[in-house]
Design a protein around this ligand. Structure first.
Ligand SMILES: [Zn+2]
Length: 122
């Protein structure tokens, strides 16, 4: 049997012992896992932040006491809206897809205009 030389996932030193060992010791394993968690926590935090900001932008563009508004794409971009972040999609009976950031959504109209809609309580 050929035993491949394995390197610790944390410090890259050669690991001795069982072939399924991934780390030199507990210290390396803990550090590696902590770093992994920190990275994914950061990712989640950044996405949550982008979603929250998107929601605030959409909401701020819908006049108080109104349920919808039409805005040009340019205006959304100027506010810092990020189109790649949304929480879910909603398809109505006509097959039109709305993109939602929590309770506020948008629909692409013609010529780069968007219809913003606030979702009523269900
Ligand atoms: Zn190590």
């Amino acid at each position: 049997m050929i035993v491949a030389e394995k390197k610790c996932l944390h410090c890259q030193k050669t690991v001795k012992g069982r072939t399924d060992k991934k780390f030199c010791d507990d210290f390396c394993r803990n550090n590696f896992n902590n770093q992994l968690n920190a990275n994914s926590n950061n990712l989640v935090r950044n996405i949550n932040h982008a979603l929250g900001k998107n929601r605030r932008i959409l909401e701020s563009l819908i006049p108080v006491n109104e349920e919808m508004a039409k805005v040009p794409k340019e205006k959304l971009l100027r506010e810092g809206f990020r189109f790649n972040y949304h929480t879910h999609l909603y398809k109505n009976k006509k097959g039109t897809t709305y993109y939602f950031c929590y309770d506020v959504g948008y629909l692409l109209l013609e010529n780069d205009w968007y219809l913003l809609v606030k979702r009523k309580e269900e």
